[in-house]
Design a protein around this ligand. Structure first.
Ligand code: DHB
Ligand code: FE
Length: 282
């Protein structure tokens, strides 16, 4: 049997590529040629400028070509783009919001996780490792009015930093779930605290990180999409105060508003936190 330790860059990269291609087909549309030209021209001009500024040699140009080819062969385009580029796209997309802050989606969202209403426990293994964690809060409008039947679509890595459906050996929906809010707008999600996540280091992204002397870590994080009819969906991530890499995320996706301050649970084991989401009108 494959166990999650056997996860490889090629394995998770391939799944991330397939997941993205399924999603991208639904989004397919015709781009305006003037817009394509303006953005592509500026992107190329930025690259030309880097080559001039750093006096890039033919040897370095060939190394770049080999590396770009390898990113594709390893299926790491979703990983590379989500780690090194998406945070700026997210900033631009959500700049005008007044409510809950967003963060990058990353490559590991899968729609269709098991649902519950009000309070529930994410699907997990009997022996799921990690500190028990209660994540609770209220979904409201910008004026603070609670929203019933709002959707909190939640996914996270396990205590070893692996995502179900992308690392082998995990149950299909492990640590993924959709919580619909109760009549008073509240949600209570019982889970475990995830571990910091190391982006796969045995493929092209790892080769770049090693060659540049960077580190491959993201701080431990929870992923969410919160939505309700008539409101803008917000995609976000939440981090843990004092955790490793919170101040040094390889994906640059941490914002002060997204850092949780959990406390020990009153009775029993584990930690809990309350975090509310105010949704902007659509
Ligand atoms: C990647 C993984 C994540 O869990 C995430 O939140 C963002 C990016 C990645 O491997 O690209
Ligand atoms: Fe993640």
């Amino acid at each position: 049997m494959t166990i999650e330790r056997d996860a490889t860059a090629a394995g998770s990269g391939q799944s991330a590529t397939e997941t993205f291609q399924k999603k991208a087909r639904e989004n397919a549309g015709q781009a305006d040629p003037a817009r394509v030209s303006a953005v592509a021209k500026d992107a190329l001009a930025a690259l030309h400028d880097v080559i001039r500024r750093h006096q890039v040699t033919y040897a370095e140009y060939d190394a770049l070509k080999s590396w770009l080819i390898r990113v594709g062969q390893d299926g790491e385009w979703p990983l590379f783009l989500d780690v090194f580029v998406e945070h700026v796209v997210e900033d631009v997309a959500n700049a005008d919001r007044k409510g809950a802050k967003g963060s990058i989606e990353g490559p590991y969202y899968v729609p269709g996780a098991p649902e519950f209403t009000g309070e529930g426990t994410l699907p997990m293994r009997d022996s799921e490792a990690g500190t028990p964690f209660l994540f609770q809060g209220t979904v409201t409008g910008l004026d603070g009015t609670p929203i019933e039947d709002a959707v909190v679509d939640f996914w996270q890595a396990d205590d070893a930093g692996y995502y179900s459906q992308f690392a082998p050996g995990l149950p299909e929906w492990n640590l993924r779930g959709v919580c619909r809010t109760a009549a008073d707008g509240t949600f209570k999600i019982h889970t475990i605290k995830p571990a910091p996540y190391m982006i796969p280091h045995d493929g092209a992204c790892g080769a770049l990180i090693e060659a540049a002397g960077w580190h491959p870590w993201r701080p431990a994080h929870l992923h969410l999409k919160v939505s309700a009819p008539g409101r803008q969906l917000i995609t976000s991530q939440l981090y843990f105060s004092g955790g490793d890499y919170v101040a040094d995320d390889v994906a640059q996706a941490v914002k002060p508003d997204l850092v949780l301050h959990p406390t020990p649970v009153v009775s029993g084991q584990g930690e809990q936190v309350t975090y509310d989401f105010a949704l902007d009108p659509a």
